[in-house]
Design a protein around this ligand. Sequence first.
Ligand SMILES: NC(=O)c1ccc[n+]([C@@H]2O[C@H](COP(=O)([O-])OP(=O)(O)OC[C@H]3O[C@@H](n4cnc5c(N)ncnc54)[C@H](O)[C@@H]3O)[C@@H](O)[C@H]2O)c1
Length: 253
Amino acid sequence: MRGLAGKGVLITGGSSGIGAATARRFLTEGARVVLCGLGEDEVAAAVAELSGLGAVDGLACDVSDPGQVAALMEHAVAVLGRVDVLINNAGTAWREPFLEITPAHWDTIMAVNLRGMFLVGQAAARHMVERGGGAIVNMSSTNGLGGEADYAHYNSSKGGVLLLTRTMAVELGPLGVRVNAVCPGYIRTPLNSAIAADLDPGFVSGYEREQIPLGRAGLADEVAGAYAFLASDDASFVNGAELVVDGGQLARM
Ligand SMILES: NC(=O)c1ccc[n+]([C@@H]2O[C@H](COP(=O)([O-])OP(=O)(O)OC[C@H]3O[C@@H](n4cnc5c(N)ncnc54)[C@H](O)[C@@H]3O)[C@@H](O)[C@H]2O)c1
């Protein structure tokens, strides 16, 4: 991708799944990466695994906590000098029927997936505006575009990310910061493996075959490619967009 070599990239949720694949992709493109994740051990393990590919550093951070987000931003600027790209990726999910969702569970999903995205997005955008520009890519989901059963809290958080993205694009575009979103469908990651552990394996393979026109789950690397494109100069006129990466699942009747 054009324009990624040498860039300073902050990736939240970069210690696992899609975020870790994205850190690998940006390092391969010659960018310098700071990643965060919830646990110190998982962050240290990811940094150790990726360090052979280039300049990578990490910090444990809960993105729902304004104080920890301020510390993350300070750390990223100290390490990278300048944050050119934010991959606003951290998130959490679990199955829960609408009739059983507790207010506490609702609040947790919103705090991580929507408030966290706002807090990190605002901190990074303030820095980018001061430095003359940048690119932000927010993680939504196909669950932000349709109402999958048993995920009312998650679907609502990811729908919120889409309107947050559009509003950021409208306000920050004139200030030199492009803001877009990715909407992955069913991607094979630790998050989904944990959810699928409670399901019959036959149900999961049937779901992939019947619901996804490409007949399989997506790979974390395939979402990393969408992140890299939207952050790169190849997407220099793309702002406020949603890139669906779902093997055609949403296109089905
Ligand atoms: N896997 C999928 O099918 C899929 C589909 C659409 C969207 N997504 C979204 O992609 C993102 C990454 O998911 P994944 O499947 O790679 O999951 P994962 O569980 O493999 O990784 C999640 C990452 O987020 C971090 N994280 C979780 N809570 C956090 C918090 N409070 N503060 C900071 N970091 C936190 C974890 O430490 C980890 O690094 C999430 O936003 C998820 O909603 C995933």
